[in-house]
Ligand binder design. Structure first.
Ligand code: IPE
Ligand code: MG
Length: 232
């Protein structure tokens, strides 16, 4: 799978997983974090170049304050605990999304981890945090506007590649495959622009139950799909 560059995952179903066990939702998120670590490790071992995890959507911030606070706390603690994991596995960490909503302390941790792991040669781990696909498009527009304004250029014939270069995710290849767990068949405002030709895979498996074996099965299935990019 040498041409396979980027796997994106919408990790869904933590709450349902907890509810089925008569636990609080946060318990599902704690289990979900464990799954995420296993999957990151597996992707790193099988040498997938880029892995994007939809960790917190912009819409997630509309959840009850208690849940969102717990999610952020979990993320914060995970950072403290798993920084060595990024070093041991030569993982490059890239946050994506509007992180201005986080505390100064967490923001610094995110930026610092990004800087400290920048030279790593292994997996590029992209965590989408307070991320929205449309918001990313808006950001690209704003950046482009300022850029062309400063150059006094009116880009009447702007090309696809130029537009793409203004995206915060411009340095990542387009995802080859998107997996969503938890039984819903939606994109939910994840990468909108770069999913144009991505193969989509939806599984009923709830995220805390997702395993490296299932990922391998999905990757096998992906290999059998014929990607034609509009050709015949
Ligand atoms: C996904 O699980 C994890 C996050 C959004 C952080 P959910 O919390 O959306 O779980 P369900 O969809 O309610 O089962
Ligand atoms: Mg959900």
């Amino acid at each position: 799978m040498s041409s396979f560059k980027h796997l994106a995952i919408i990790m869904d179903g933590n709450g349902t997983w907890a509810k089925k066990r008569h636990h609080r939702r946060v318990f599902g998120h704690i289990r979900g974090l464990k799954t995420a670590l296993r999957i990151i490790k597996h992707c790193s071992q099988i040498q997938i170049p880029f892995l994007s995890l939809f960790t917190l959507s912009k819409e997630n911030f509309n959840r009850p304050a208690e849940e969102i606070e717990l999610l952020i706390k979990l993320l914060d603690k995970a950072f403290d605990k798993y920084i060595p994991f990024l070093f041991q596995n030569q993982i490059r960490f890239c946050p994506l999304g509007d992180i201005s909503v986080f505390s100064k302390d967490l923001r610094e941790k995110l930026i610092q981890s990004q800087n400290q792991t920048e030279k790593h040669k292994g997996l590029n781990l992209i965590l989408a945090l307070n991320y929205g696909g449309r918001q990313e498009i808006i950001q690209a527009f704003r950046k482009a506007y300022v850029y062309y304004f400063n150059q006094s250029v009116f880009p009447k014939n702007i090309k696809e590649k130029e537009i793409a270069s203004f995206f915060p995710s411009a340095n990542f290849p387009n995802p080859d495959l998107l997996i969503r767990t938890g039984g819903e068949s939606r994109i939910s405002n994840f990468y909108l622009w770069s999913l144009a030709y991505t193969e989509l895979f939806f599984t009923q498996t709830l995220w805390p139950d997702f395993t490296a074996q299932e990922l391998e099965q999905i990757l096998q299935n992906f290999k059998q799909r014929e990607r034609r990019f509009g050709l015949i």
